[in-house]
Design a protein around this ligand. Structure first.
Ligand SMILES: NC(=O)c1ccc[n+]([C@@H]2O[C@H](COP(=O)([O-])OP(=O)(O)OC[C@H]3O[C@@H](n4cnc5c(N)ncnc54)[C@H](OP(=O)(O)O)[C@@H]3O)[C@@H](O)[C@H]2O)c1
Length: 309
């Protein structure tokens, strides 16, 4: 009897280990190898595989701007969507000059909520959109949930969740009809486990994660893909308030590193942290009880938040 229990425990251990290895290492590795072979064999360029236009939200700074550059480098025409007109004009000119690609831009403030989408729908209708990068995001101050202003909470919902949801709803019918296209959703590692003092922000990223993974299954066989990108901490304006308060934290990457790896993995993996360095940061999460992981992350964030405020 004891030996049967031992064997069962052993089997369960092997099964859990293989599952963990498969999720964090084997599946991405197979995707990269197969995707690279496919690229080499068929010499598929992104504009041919998905379509000529890439739409990027939050494209004038940080990760979005770097995605715009990397995609322009791959020969895609770039439609930049962001808030500040002067920055849009500047980035569009830079891309045209450096990569010799056509660019367009739309100035819109996603914090304005549902009213912006009728106009956006009309503006997007004229483009053959191959890639949609839902990148725009907002991070409110790191304080306990009850201290975040109601305005910030509404902005969070409008910018982080509604923008991606509505844009996907707009472009997916066209992509499915053309049987090509990819939606890339930039979520965050803070959507992987609940993050105290970033609770609402993390929840918006969990929403994106859930939506993306479900869509990946819905889209099977349609020729359209959905990729989930969940970076850890990246050195940009969004995280500026606290990354310099964590000098010991060595896994802060540049936006260029995340975009370079992210674009390399388009069409290869259904999920990426944007960089292997960030994948290592999260692969221990399932090895501890959820409450313990949340407590550890919470105390790190609380320590940092105390230095910020
Ligand atoms: N930085 C990190 O550590 C980190 C980690 C994980 C995930 N992420 C996610 O990555 C994405 C990009 O973040 P980032 O760090 O690159 O941000 P960022 O450097 O602050 O850039 C944000 C971009 O979004 C635009 N934007 C901001 N609010 C907007 C609004 N209401 N309407 C329209 N455009 C708006 C900005 O335009 P303006 O310049 O005109 O304001 C800018 O182009 C976000 O979804 C974020 O949650 C970031």
């Amino acid at each position: 009897m004891l030996s049967i229990v031992k064997d069962l425990l052993c089997l369960a251990g092997v099964y859990a280990t293989v599952l963990w290895l498969y999720h964090y290492f084997l599946e991405p590795l197979c995707g990269i190898v197969w995707g690279s072979v496919r690229c080499l064999l068929w010499r598929e360029k992104l504009p041919i595989r998905y379509g000529p236009w890439a739409v990027i939200t939050g494209a004038t700074d940080g990760i979005g701007k770097c995605y715009a550059e990397k995609l322009a480098e791959k020969g895609l025409k770039i439609l930049l969507i962001s808030r500040t007109e002067s920055k849009l004009i500047k980035v569009a000119h830079e891309l045209e000059k450096k990569y010799d690609v056509e660019t367009k831009w739309i100035a819109v403030d996603f914090a304005n909520g549902p009213e912006i989408y009728d106009r956006l729908r009309q503006q997007l209708a004229e483009f053959d959109i191959g890639l949609l990068v839902n990148n725009v995001g907002f991070l409110p101050p790191l304080v306990s949930f009850d201290r975040i202003s109601e305005t910030d909470l509404l902005d969070l919902i409008h910018i982080n969740m509604m923008s991606a949801t509505m844009l996907m709803r707009m472009v997916l019918p066209g992509m499915k009809a053309r049987r090509r296209g990819i939606v890339i959703n930039i979520a965050s590692t803070s959507g992987d486990v609940p993050v105290p003092y970033m609770a609402a922000y993390g929840a918006t990223k969990s929403y994106l994660k859930s939506l993306s993974v479900a869509l990946q299954d819905e889209l099977r066989g349609t020729g359209v893909e959905c990729q989930l990108v969940t970076p850890g901490m990246v050195r940009t304006n969004l995280s500026r308030t606290f990354y310099d308060k964590m000098p010991w934290y060595i896994v802060i990457l540049s936006a260029e590193q995340v975009a370079r790896h992210g674009v390399f993995l388009i069409g290869k993996t259904w999920h990426t942290c944007g960089h292997w360095f960030h994948c290592i940061q999260v692969c221990w999460y399932p090895l501890l009880p959820l409450k313990a992981t949340v407590r550890i992350i919470g105390s790190i964030i609380k320590g940092t938040a105390n230095k910020v405020h």
